[in-house]
Design a protein around this ligand. Structure first.
Ligand code: ATP
Length: 361
């Protein structure tokens, strides 16, 4: 059931409006359907012109993203409406996710109880659990890819986005990949071991840790240091940052940041964990007394946003320099090997520079 990639011109059906964000190989823009006036998000994905080109995506990886989006129709996952294709690019017409990133929504609050944060966690786990039940892993879970449906409701719906690294496991198949973002990747990714949906659960552990404390558990000064900390399982709960955190929350995180993927909680285990689903009255009370460390969380988020814009500026500068020197095409055998964290700017292939540049316009 391959999706039909329409050969027509998108602009015949949609009016193209402002840039909403930028991805590895193109922009995401708001578009409005000409017939109905309904707005959507269009993800423009540049296609690779020939096998030796470093720019653009392989058509097969676009097909993979489309097939996965079609398979994961769930209230907590962005939906795909349509696909257009021209010689140079593929355009995905996606549900417009209007509420910005979950972390930005939380950072604007004065305080947040653990029980309120859990309402968001439940939705993330529901969307992820649905994917996992279909043998699909996301492999790029991070704050940038957890968005909210709208800015108007008091309780917006979580929407998971960006299925560019997602993978469907065929029965009994082995899959290895080293893609992802250092801060959030599981040890088995770094070690280039066979992967499973459990790699996403590690990322959930990291995201929960940050959400509660405003600290990133494995973050080092450099990318190498971060990866080293992950391999060494070097993390702890510093009482200065976790003083308002419940012991159940720490237990939840400890059962996700487990080296052996088989021993990590699954989404189902998570939804049954007392932090998410308290049973005794003591557990309920414990949870209601606990809150997230808003002071450091706000700091983390501000720094994260600043780093994102810094990455863009430094990459623009690098692009200017790169134009002056020759690039060896054999250097970059894996097309989406890289990620979008600032520590990694030095190792980004030229193919990534385009989108960072375009996103600053
Ligand atoms: P990445 O470099 O993060 O892997 P990507 O190339 O896979 O990116 P996406 O993450 O899918 O691209 O999209 C890039 C950005 O565009 C997102 O971070 C988000 O800000 C915005 N965006 C993506 N999809 C939508 C949507 N459906 N509605 C609104 N904004 C969106």
């Amino acid at each position: 059931n391959m999706a039909v990639f329409k050969p027509e011109n998108v602009e015949d059906f949609y009016e193209i409006r402002e840039v909403l964000g930028s991805g590895h190989f193109g922009q995401v823009r708001r578009v409005c359907e000409r017939t109905s006036g309904t707005c959507w998000a269009a993800k423009f994905m540049k296609l690779r012109k020939n096998a030796c080109s470093r720019l653009g995506l392989e058509r097969s990886s676009v097909e993979r993203e489309v097939e996965i989006l079609q398979a994961v129709q769930h209230p907590n996952i962005v939906t795909l409406k349509d696909v257009f294709e021209s010689r140079a690019e593929v355009v995905l017409i996606l549900e417009l996710v209007n509420g910005g990133e979950l972390f930005d929504f939380i950072a604007e609050k004065e305080n947040l109880l653990e029980s309120e944060a859990i309402e968001f966690m439940k939705q993330i786990l529901a969307g992820l659990g649905f994917m996992h039940s279909k043998n699909i892993a996301h492999f790029d879970l991070k704050p940038e890819n957890i968005m909210l449906s709208d800015k108007v409701s008091a309780h917006p719906t979580v929407k998971l986005i960006d299925f560019g690294l997602a993978y469907f496991f065929n029965q009994g198949e082995e899959y290895r990949s080293t893609s992802g973002t250092p801060q959030y990747i599981a040890p088995e990714v770094i070690n280039c071991e066979p992967l499973s949906t459990a790699a996403d659960m590690w990322s959930i552990g990291v995201i929960t840790y940050i959400l509660l404390s405003g600290l990133s558990p494995f973050q080092g000064e450099t990318k190498e240091e971060t990866l080293g900390n992950i391999i060494a399982m070097q993390y702890d709960f510093d009482e200065r940052y976790f003083s308002t955190t419940s012991s159940m929350a720490k237990d939840f995180i400890e059962k996700l940041l487990v080296k052996n993927p088989n021993d990590r909680m699954t989404t189902e285990d998570c939804l049954r964990h007392p932090w998410i689903k308290p049973i005794t009255r003591k557990q309920v009370a414990n949870r209601n007394r606990s809150s997230i460390n808003m002071k450091t969380f706000k700091k983390f988020n501000a720094r994260r946003k600043w780093k994102m814009s810094f990455t863009m500026v430094s990459l623009c500068n690098r692009l200017v320099n790169l134009k002056l020197c020759k690039v060896n095409p054999e250097e970059d055998p894996l097309q989406r090997q890289c990620e979008s964290d600032v520590e990694d700017t030095e190792s980004k292939p030229a193919s990534l520079l385009r989108r960072r540049l375009s996103s600053s316009s």
